[in-house]
Design a protein around this ligand. Sequence first.
Ligand code: F6P
Length: 328
Amino acid sequence: MLHTIKKIGVLTSGGDAPGMNAAIRSVVRTCAFHDIKCYGIYRGYEGMIDGDFVEMDARSVKGIINKGGTMLKSARSKDFRTKEGRAKAYEQLRKAGIDAFVVIGGDGSFTGAMIFNKEYNFPVMGIPGTIDNDIFGTTHTLGYDTALNTVVEVIDKIRDTASSHNRLFFIEVMGRDVGHIALNVGIGAGAEEILIPEEDLGLDRLLESLRRSKQSGKSSSIVIVAEGDKIGKSVFELKDYVEENMSEYEVRVSVLGHMQRGGAPSCFDRVLASRMGVKAVESLITGKSSYMVGMKNDVMDLTPFDQAVKGKSKINKELLRVSDIMSI
Ligand code: F6P
């Protein structure tokens, strides 16, 4: 492959996700495969502005494919949102002789890369790394599959105690303002109800559904609440509301929080990360720039940044129907 790119930077940006280390490993080793130098950029765009770089080779990334988190650390950078900040970053990259970079992150990270590319005509490529799976242009973002498995395991544990005490549990899961995690773990863990931002169930229908569960002989219930759900009440207010309107239920709440972002990446995420890293580097060295690597029909494809950041990943309506039928 003919290319003039000699040094590629790699960074992780935004909320961390399991599989980011596997993606770093793939970018570094694909560079090595093509005799290109690779530089790790610590702490996302903050580290780029500070010139916090480390040269990496195939051995630098040994033993990390199975590690959650990111060895390069991650951060959200306010300075990179300013022209001055991006100018400093460009200066640092130029000083180090880095002539392209791969950013592993979410839509905010891609927006920054897109603006940087426009300002400096600097080659950039994105790998979608976020547990939310809320990025247009890929069926899976890195970390999503791992988060689903982590959460399902936890809900199974909560169900043990819910059924032992005949309780109703409201379990809040991450996902920012989309309901992919909630919908899939709700089906996977056999939840009685799933509240997601994309579907406004409403409080009355929630009570109706819980009454139906009770009448059908269910002694305990699990309701999954996406953190972005718009029912208008926090999970704690939902608890109070149900206790006030359905005294037959003893209600508890569990907010899973950041444990959903940790843990060893699943095999699916490790393979996806490895594939995305190869695609990102080989796209750069064949002259492409300002794209996000994504999986479509099990093929690694490219989506222009401006589409990836503007688009929204849609909820699968068939899953909604499945969840309704399963909770009969
Ligand atoms: O985007 C990933 C995510 O975990 C979201 O699901 C969640 O809302 C957010 O990050 C939490 O952000 P922070 O790590 O800054 O608290």
